[in-house]
Design a protein around this ligand. Sequence first.
Ligand code: G4P
Length: 534
Amino acid sequence: MSSDAAPAADEVRRQAARRRTFAIISHPDAGKTTLTEKFLLYGGALTAGAGSVKAKRDRRATASDWMELERRRGISVTSAVVQFGYRDRVLNLLDTPGHGDFSEDTYRVLAAVDAAVMVLDGAKGIEAQTRKLFEVCRNREIPIVTFINKWDRPARDPLELLDEIEDQLVLDPVPVTWPVGDGDRFSGVIDRRAGHFVRFGRTAGGAAAADEEIVAAARAEAEEGSTWGEAREAIELLDGAGAELDAKRFEAGELSPVFFGSALTNFGVRLLLDAIVDMAPAPAARGDADGDPRPLDSGFSASVFKVQSNMDPAHRDRMAFLRVCSGRFERGMTITCGRTGKTLATKYAHTVVGRDRSTAEDAWPGDVIGLVNAADLRVGDAVHAAGEPVRWTPVPAFAPSSFRLARCTDTSKAKQFRSGVRQLDSEGVVQVLRRPEGGESAPILAAVGPLQFDVAEHRLRHEFGAPVELAPAPWTTARRTDEASAAALRAMSGVTVAARDDGDLLALFESPYWLARLQSDHPDLTLHRLIGEG
Ligand code: G4P
């Protein structure tokens, strides 16, 4: 090893330790966008009044044909990555689409983070999408910090909300802060660790960080009146029940520290950010396909967790998002894709803040870089700078529950259709399944939610010039099978076997009853559940 290798390794470890890479999971409308804005405000990345993320989102919605679909649907289907500094740390917040139909995309983003913030609406508690996203986090053992939002409005009994988290998610909620009052009477939180009261002051339009005053318990009792007494009573109950923080259980995803606040008025945002910095884990060595952890300070390597087309309508380009797993990325370095062995130039690497790009000069474990026009990269790929190729454990595909039979309606556009379908497959817009009899011209498109088909149809037509018909298909349930069982299944009625490009074989069933019957008649068939199946 050369004499300057050691300081470089130290620097990689030091930079990794400064990073926190996380996502926010929530039901639509719980306040994810607002909280993201406030994080940027506290990180100093948003100077003028908050609202830029949202404004950007609205602007973005009219920026291209592709975005037109978002606008018509009134939802956000693209993800963004924001990086901001807070205290002496670097925080990477990977945004996840809020819409239920896009949980496949969300799922991949969650494979690239080290922690998640679960935002609940204090008046609603756990909602359908919260539960689904939480399951994905549980599956990947991602530590979760809970933020109970909108406490400036009338909210449910906080003890009841904790019970709900415990019962419905089987997650141990441990309040770190406790609200004093709710709605108009929400004046601050008790910090259970310090025992003092943090009183919040409003700022006009929530455009600046909330004023915070630390008040000793005795004075708070005198000044806050009955709401203080109620909060203290609840805390005594929690203390009696032994609701204590345990770092190991948090990191294993079994226990969640809980914070109360209001993203709109900035109440509790600082305490939440402090918790992310102080409690959430820094990037750690990632396991490769053989299960061996690849040390953070080994040569540069990264994993592709998202591929997105047309982020910039002026260029009609394609961007691959990579999370750095080890080593230092330097712009201009040549990197190699482990799967294809092909090299890629990184002159045009970007960091991405919303849709605004800035050129990335270097990046460290936990950071996200965007590579423009890295046409051969697919979701799940590993890239590395030098030495032996790297392969990561594959991120399992999500269970599709909707299926369509795709067909190009203009035979002179068959080539465009085939390349369009391959492109959508590699981006993970839809899953593409092929049967021997259907081949490239009649693939099956599979999705978690039907909205993915609208995106696929729109893009095939407008981007690739291939008019398509997506006919309803009879299947509702898929199971992963193997070659031996596939041969047996092909001879049976009521089941179709199709292959994914990644080599997985899926058995498709028209009803769960038929699947259950086949399983009971032929217990030795391999029929594995897929991730995300209820
Ligand atoms: P999302 O990204 O999770 O879908 O939620 P988003 O932040 O867009 O928030 C949804 C609505 O809830 C917004 O209102 C937002 O202002 C409001 N909201 C978010 N956090 C709080 C909070 O702490 N307290 C209160 N009272 N409201 C909150 P909107 O009317 O839909 O949009 P806007 O016109 O206010 O932007």
